[in-house]
Design a protein around this ligand. Sequence first.
Ligand code: ZN
Length: 77
Amino acid sequence: MSLQAIKDAIASKKMICPKCNKPVQKYDKYAETIDSVREGFNLDTVQSYGARVTLICGNEGCEWKERTEYPMEYVLD
Ligand SMILES: [Zn+2]
């Protein structure tokens, strides 16, 4: 899972909250794989490696949050 892909999906409003069906507004990174840590400090260099994120809906009236290693499951094609 690529962190850049998550950013892109959120920026293009393709990451959809399963609860309110609106675009997810943001994410928090809670872990990276060992491989991506080894890759260095520049987050852009880790895009071919896995990332674990907490997706946060952020839309008014919706409390949905999901900690996942598979955030692309929430992205619409
Ligand atoms: Zn929501």
